[in-house]
Design a protein around this ligand. Structure first.
Ligand code: FE2
Length: 206
């Protein structure tokens, strides 16, 4: 049985280290007619809830805890009755948005989330943030990479809690080792493929 993958783009701002930037974020909804999971919950709770179309939401999976990926998470979670999952190495970032609450569940490397007969497997890819996590949907030949890997290369590592050598290691060892034809669905902007990003990364300095 296959699942559908729906994309929603919401707009708002990203703030860290005293700066604020306008951003468009991808939301990914993976499921079938009865149930789904939501990957990231940025900016616009109403738009995300509308995208669920009344289906049972099994989980809200967060790729990391930058405010532009989690700003609507609690409102969506409350509305649809779903738990929020986050690698708790990003707790320090989560607390900047929600100082008085914690996520419902930790995500560890290798955790599996079943939806519509398919399985999303968590891949811990630190670097953009300590807890950054990708979700591999092997059955559909795709991986959701958040801000770890974009069309054109690695995510940003210039601000607090990021580390460039760490993100390069994560991408090279955990993502570029996936099948070449794997479609990469990112946290911002267009899709790419593992094959295309192997070429990009071959040009990137150590
Ligand atoms: Fe980010």
């Amino acid at each position: 049985m296959s699942v559908t993958i729906e994309n929603l783009v919401t707009s708002g701002t990203f703030s860290l280290d005293g700066g604020t930037w306008d951003v468009d974020n991808n939301v990914w909804i993976v499921g079938n007619d009865e149930e789904c999971v939501i990957i990231d919950s940025p900016h616009d709770a109403a738009a995300i809830i509308s995208g669920v179309r009344g289906r049972k939401v099994l989980a809200i999976l967060l790729t990391h805890a930058h405010n532009d990926h989690i700003g609507a998470a609690r409102e969506v979670a409350h509305a649809v009755g779903a738990p929020i999952h986050l690698n708790l190495e990003d707790q320090i970032l989560w607390e900047q948005v929600y100082p008085d609450a914690t996520p419902d569940a930790d995500i560890a490397d290798g955790d599996e989330f079943r939806v519509g007969g398919a399985t999303l497997r968590a891949i811990h890819t630190p670097g953009h943030s300590p807890g950054s996590t990708c979700f591999h949907l092997e059955q559909e030949g795709t991986v959701f990479t958040g801000d770890t890997l974009f069309n054109g290369g690695p995510g940003a590592t210039g601000r607090s809690y990021s580390d460039y050598p760490t993100i390069l290691t994560s991408i090279r060892e955990r993502l570029l080792t996936l099948p070449a034809e794997t479609v990469v669905r990112t946290g911002h902007g267009d899709n790419t493929t593992i094959a295309a990003e192997r070429e990009t990364l071959a040009k990137v300095s150590q």
